[in-house]
Design a protein around this ligand. Sequence first.
Ligand SMILES: [Zn+2]
Length: 230
Amino acid sequence: MEESGEFHGQAIWRPKYRCQKCSRAIKKSYTKTSGECYYCNNDLTAVGQYIDEVYAMTTYISDVEKNEFIEAIYDLKDNLEHISEFANILEQGFEDYPIADAELLVVPPSGTAESSTDNHMIAVAKEVSDRVEIPFRDIIHKREDYASQKELGLEERLDNLQGRIGCTEDSIAADKAIVIDDIATSCATVSATAQALVESGVSDVSGLVIARDEDIQSLEFANILAEVEG
Ligand SMILES: [Zn+2]
């Protein structure tokens, strides 16, 4: 693992060896071959079609007890708390990953097709935008409402979003854009957001998320748990 920032004085960590497409932990030996995780190697991922890669600042292990950091992500969603702290973490991503030359920041849509709601990620992205001096624009919206992605598998998630995320502009004057989000699971939402940008003329879209969702099994496979437990 390597340190990637801090939250309330506690270090936050990400896997040292990560999939170059989706940021999942991978075995060290994989970095010498494809550099991709099992999912990306087998096209079981939403990354690679519209979004080139999704960079993550830390890992969220969804099948273990929630920790303070993950609770804080829920506080962010519910009460718009910790905006500045999460902006700190994402700002570091512009130093760690090759995205500082992007010309546009966006976030996935929230609310409904009829009326978008206050989006916690808009508040964070605006703060990040001020710091890295890359414009944020609120141009992504729902064309049509869709069901929650929570209980769905990858194929279902992609089907669920198909054509339902749009951009308010037909032609965007930016070659490279970054989709900022809180937690990436299948990356289907960031991919559908990237699709809307690509259809409006953006050629290069990457994602930057606070945390990448992982399960214990894949962390075990990547030898991360052995490393953490020493
Ligand atoms: Zn991957």
